[in-house]
Design a protein around this ligand. Structure first.
Ligand code: HH2
Length: 281
């Protein structure tokens, strides 16, 4: 059974693993662009992900890959129209991957319960108040700059501390706007304005983010840093590396894992968790 929204928001306390399946209804996402723009293909993929263990379906209509251009809210909504209402009935919690309050509002009207905002509410100031007024939950993610330019010379003095401080600040802004910490999820933003060493430090230091008192989400799936470590240029050949990153992040305190390949991640995390439980017994 997929986790309920309450179980997702409590996962840092219970240590339940929550799997978030990625569904991009975009022509240009970095690993699956163009595959799921057709509503029937999108619905099939969503149903497959739920059958393979997805607790959350994260639907996005705008690529945020490095160098990408923004997509207008109207265009995002027209990509989502034929898809979101169908997906909301599959049994998993639906999350909308957008920085736009108008798109988020449309998704909430279609049954979404989580707004996954890679800008943590900095790109559209109406998005946090929207989540607050609609009793929705939010993912607050760290990103350095904007997708168009974020990979040009990212620099940090202490990446884990800076990301932690940014997320704490955004949690306080959310609380002031009426969205309690208990409805927020934090995310270090793997690959968003980060070099290889930054991504590795953040995955290794994910336990520090768990200290913020919210579930921690990580999204290493198929990303470039895995290609850099494994020499796999093709994002679709980064599954083994993705699994290693997910298992290590889970072990260090992340409970929500955002992936494209549900079956493999689900099996790997079950085995890792069984070993972890045997160690504690
Ligand atoms: N990564 C991507 C998109 N949204 N959201 C959160 N919270 N965390 C992430 O790490 C994250 C995210 C990028 O991956 P993908 O959706 O596969 O690609 P694209 O942005 O090209 O659609």
């Amino acid at each position: 059974m997929p986790a309920s929204i309450e179980e997702i928001l409590d996962s840092h306390k219970t240590r339940r693993t929550v799997l978030m399946g990625v569904l991009n209804v975009t022509p240009d996402s970095f690993s699956d662009g163009g595959k799921f723009m057709d509503p029937a293909a999108a619905k099939d993929q969503a149903a497959r992900m739920v059958a393979e263990g997805a607790d959350i379906l994260d639907v996005g209509a705008e690529s945020t890959r490095p160098g990408s251009d923004p997509v207008t809210p109207g265009d995002q909504i027209s990509r989502l129209e034929g898809i979101l209402p169908e997906i909301a009935g599959l049994g998993a919690v639906v999350s909308i991957d957008t920085t736009s309050a108008a798109v988020a509002e449309f998704a909430l009207d279609c049954g979404a319960q989580i707004i996954n905002d890679v800008s943590a509410g900095t790109m559209d100031e109406a998005i946090i108040p929207l989540a607050a007024s609609r009793d929705a939950s939010m993912v607050l993610m760290h990103m350095l700059g904007k997708p168009k330019t974020m990979q040009s010379q990212p620099h940090y003095r202490d990446v884990v501390l800076e990301v932690r401080n940014f997320l704490e600040e955004r949690l306080q802004v959310a609380e002031k706007m009426g969205l309690p910490r208990s409805r927020c999820i934090v995310d270090p933003g793997i690959g968003f304005g980060k070099r290889l060493e930054h991504n590795l430090s953040l995955l290794a230091g994910v336990g520090i983010l768990a200290g913020l008192g919210c579930p921690v989400l990580v999204g290493p799936s198929r990303k470039r840093f895995i290609g850099e470590l494994t020499s796999q240029e093709d994002p679709n050949k980064r599954l083994a590396g993705t699994i290693a990153a997910c298992v290590e992040a889970r072990r260090r305190g992340a409970t929500i894992i955002r992936v494209h390949d549900l079956a493999a991640a689900s099996d790997a995390l079950k085995v890792a968790l069984a070993i972890e439980s045997a160690e504690q017994a």
